[in-house]
Design a protein around this ligand. Structure first.
Ligand code: ZN
Length: 94
């Protein structure tokens, strides 16, 4: 007989782990998947100084992302390029 898992475990955010009990049975345990490092929205490089989303609540507001424009979304290289592009498009027109 196959036991249907509780609704909260029927999600792909949960990882299935097979565990052997002391009685010799194999049971399925459900573990929360670990979240990957945040990445830059343009180049995909992992962002430094930005905690993973599951540990972000441990930090104070100012320690959650760099305090600059596009901080936490773009890496510093892409941010610089983006700001230069925007200024040039304002000055020279579209
Ligand atoms: Zn980037």
């Amino acid at each position: 007989m196959v036991k249907i898992p509780a609704p909260r475990y029927r999600s792909r955010t949960m990882k299935k782990v097979q565990r052997k009990t002391p009685g010799g049975k194999t049971v399925t345990h459900y573990k929360a998947k670990k979240v990957g490092a945040p990445i830059c929205g343009v180049c995909g490089r992992p962002l430094s100084a930005v905690p993973r989303s599951d540990e972000v609540l441990k930090f104070s507001k100012s320690n959650r992302r760099p305090n600059r424009p596009y901080g936490g979304n773009l890496c510093p290289i892409c941010m610089r390029r983006m700001i230069k592009q925007k200024v040039r498009s304002i000055v020279m027109g579209p």
